[in-house]
Design a protein around this ligand. Structure first.
Ligand SMILES: Nc1ncnc2c1ncn2[C@@H]1O[C@H](COP(=O)(O)OP(=O)(O)OP(=O)(O)O)[C@@H](O)[C@H]1O
Ligand SMILES: [Mg+2]
Length: 328
């Protein structure tokens, strides 16, 4: 059963300056479903719209970001609701935290830098529950214990903590209300490899304990390979390929996915790796047709004018490429 269904979502940053309107088409017609209890990964180069997509689907939309069209429907135990149709920020805030939780990119943005960590936990818990001080301490202690974190962190200021510890606390804070679905945006970026492993373990632990669904955004494909059930690859505001992680790693279909995978190091292979040639396009004036066509080694005439839709290749593997149309 799908817990989240995103349909034809368009979210642009629209600014008006010096009499000119500029639209950054960061999410431009995205559709996918997330099944209950799965770990769904979203990959793609910097600037392709991953964080914008998470903001839009968790209802954190404020100017200059605007939703132009589309639907974002959650199904919480049979209760269906379209978060984009909720006009009241209070209702949306209640939903976040309790039902869904976003661990945003950059741990400093969640914890208040001038207040002790405890204060951030108080803000979250007291916004949802009427708790006594003792009850507050019991709830937080239990959660921190389960995650292997020490209560003493509550007395520290964010800047006194290492990057890895700050990220663990951000994750603990974002999951204290046991949300049904967690969106984690680059939770391991900017951490060294050993600390990254610890954070990945922590995420796994929470998921096992709370039995929630996880949407994991990172440009680090090795994290996807280790953690995710299914993967979506984004390019310039669109999903270009989606499917089971093993299938995408073993038989990638989209030339962009192939390019990304070829840039990964391989065990025992000392030949030089091909880095992704060219650069991601501007999202203000994206290329016509298939957005990947200027970088694509297999570009055909129609790719310059027509935009390919995602087509089902079997077993839930979907690819947006004209090369695959004939081979379906
Ligand atoms: N507040 C904003 N105003 C205008 N454009 C923005 C704003 N925030 C992001 N963008 C643009 O939207 C596009 C998508 O950005 P987004 O942050 O979603 O990418 P991303 O895939 O998360 O990248 P990264 O991997 O670097 O985190 C980029 O072109 C970015 O420059
Ligand atoms: Mg981002």
């Amino acid at each position: 059963m799908a817990i989240l269904e995103v349909k034809d979502l368009k979210a642009y940053y629209i600014t008006h300056r010096y009499g000119r309107t500029t639209s950054v088409k960061a999410v431009d017609g995205v559709s996918f479903k997330v099944e209950k209890d799965e770990i769904y990964g979203i990959a793609g180069e910097s600037g392709c719209g991953k964080s914008t997509l998470l903001k839009a689907i968790s209802g954190l939309v404020k100017p200059p970001l605007q939703i132009l069209e589309g639907g974002v429907t959650y199904n919480f135990d049979g209760e269906r609701l379209n978060i984009l149709a909720l006009n009241d920020e209070k209702q949306r805030r209640k939903l976040r935290g309790a039902r869904l939780s976003l661990v945003p990119q950059g741990s400093m943005s969640v914890l208040n830098p001038v207040r002790r960590v405890r204060k951030s936990f108080e803000d979250v818990l007291y916004a949802h529950f009427d708790l006594s001080e003792q009850e507050f301490e019991d709830v937080v202690r239990k959660h921190l214990d389960a995650l292997g974190l020490d209560w003493t962190v509550m007395h520290t200021y964010p800047h006194q903590l290492s990057g890895g510890m700050r990220q663990r606390i951000t994750i603990a804070l974002s999951t204290i209300l046991k949300p049904d679905i967690i969106f984690a945006d680059e939770p391991t970026t900017a951490l060294d490899v050993v600390v990254q492993r610890g954070v990945v373990q922590l995420i796994k632990k929470i998921k096992e304990e709370q039995q929630n669904t996880l949407v994991l955004v990172t440009h680090d494909l090795s994290i996807h390979a280790n953690l995710c059930d299914r993967l979506a690859v984004m390019y310039a505001g669109k999903i270009v390929e989606e499917g089971e992680v093993d299938r995408i790693f073993s038989t990638p279909k989209h030339p962009y996915t192939i390019m990304l995978l070829n840039s990964l190091p391989k065990l025992g292979d000392s030949s030089p790796r091909s880095s992704a040639p060219g650069a991601p396009p501007s999202l203000v004036n994206p290329p016509s047709g298939c957005r990947f066509h200027p970088r694509c080694p297999y570009v055909m005439e129609r790719c310059r004018t027509e935009s390919p839709d995602l087509i089902e290749m079997g077993n839930g593997h979907r690819v947006a490429c004209f090369l695959e149309e004939g081979s379906k």
